[in-house]
Design a protein around this ligand. Structure first.
Ligand code: TRP
Ligand code: SF4
Length: 359
């Protein structure tokens, strides 16, 4: 077995929201970049998923997906280390989704907490659709096609991974017995075929159940103090111009107790303090705590340090992104190569799945 294949596999996806903001970055991409050295990685842009909520006004999804791919590459995802692709370039996602629809009780989908939550939060959209209810099934298909060991996600996605596991279990129960050990063996390494009774054959699972890999997603406050979110319009972009980052920070709300410069404040109740905790060094953070609580620094100074800390993290990303943005052919090739690898893997899974069902 080659080194590559002995690595455990992870898969994760992100919706094409257009350019990412710092919250998107810290919540996912930052972790992915670190995971790529340890795992065999599949990362994709969930462009079909975007339609589950935005079908009425999808905007330019091609462009938005490209922006996200540039942010992936800028952040340091390396196409030599990860398979990077777009969901709609791999038809098997939709195909497996259809098959999962046959075996999944509607009640399982209605029970997923994000279903009602999102409907309530996005009241302006009509989300009483088949596709929106089925969102977690499409996600299950995204995942199970690649038989990953782990799915790195934030806490908000855990219920979707749980459903994915339930769907895999039900699917295996229904169809696995149709797979003879011979067939199972043929799907594994040649080496295993030679083995008398390989443990891997006995343990063969048509669709192995993956586990969630809970990645840290620190609370990132937006400019108005609410959670940083595109829908609140309170974001700082991942690759925004330095002068814009500084300008935005100047408008950011602070601890309301600091009305005058001489009033002490508390970084623990200040949204700027939250950003410091994520981006600043321990030394800077210590200066912030001390200076704020003793009113020996002003908020303007504190925000300047905060901007410095953010820019130190994101400036290399902005530069790398610009490099890729200047070479659209290279990006197109990366996407095409990613799609080819993803299709090869996904189609192999679909062959097993169809065989098992008897299609
Ligand atoms: N639902 C995820 C989100 O909103 C995106 C996503 C789609 C995903 N398919 C996935 C994440 C598969 C992990 C694995 O963030
Ligand atoms: Fe917030 Fe910094 Fe002002 Fe304290 S000094 S209130 S942490 S901006």
């Amino acid at each position: 077995m080659t080194d590559e294949r002995s690595k455990r596999r992870i898969l994760s996806g992100m919706r094409p929201t257009g350019r990412l903001h710092l919250g998107n970055y810290m919540g996912a991409l930052y972790n992915w970049v670190r995971l790529q050295h340890e795992y065999e990685c599949y990362f994709f842009i969930a462009d079909i998923h975007a339609l589950t909520t935005d079908y009425a006004a999808p905007g330019d999804l091609k462009q938005k997906s490209l922006e996200v791919m540039l942010d992936f590459l800028g952040a340091g995802l390396d196409p030599e280390l990860c398979v990077l692709f777009k969901q709609s370039d791999v038809p098997a996602h939709s195909e497996l989704n259809t098959l999962f629809g046959m075996i999944t009780p509607i009640s399982w989908l209605e029970r997923v907490p994000t279903y009602k939550d999102q409907q309530e939060q996005l009241r302006e959209k009509d989300l009483a659709t088949f596709g929106f209810l089925g969102y977690p099934l499409l996600q299950a298909a995204d995942i199970l096609l690649y038989k990953p060991d782990f799915v790195p996600v934030g806490a908000d996605q855990v219920s979707h991974i749980e459903l994915t596991r339930e769907v895999a279990r039900r699917f295996n129960q229904l169809y696995e017995s149709a797979v003879t050990p011979e067939v199972a063996a043929a799907k594994s390494d040649k080496e295993l075929m030679k083995a008398e009774i390989s443990e891997d054959v006995l343990e063969y699972q048509l669709l192995p159940e993956p586990k969630a890999l809970l990645t840290p997603s620190p609370k990132l406050s937006g400019l108005d103090g609410r959670k940083m979110s595109k829908s609140y319009g309170n974001t700082i972009g991942l690759t925004e111009a330095p002068e814009d980052v500084r300008k935005k920070l100047k408008t950011m709300v602070t601890d309301p107790a600091r009305v005058r410069r001489t009033d002490p404040g508390d970084p623990d109740v200040c949204p700027v303090g939250d950003l410091h905790k994520v981006f600043s060094t321990p030394e800077t953070l210590a200066k912030v705590y001390d200076g704020c609580r003793t009113a020996t620094i002003g908020c303007i100074e504190c925000k300047g340090w905060c901007a410095d800390s953010i820019l130190r993290e994101v400036e290399p990303i902005t530069a790398r992104r610009a490099g890729f943005a200047a070479q659209p052919d290279v990006v197109r090739e990366i996407l095409a190569a990613g799609a080819a690898k993803a299709n090869a893997f996904a189609n192999a899974t679909m062959r097993d799945v169809k065989n098992a069902i008897g299609l």
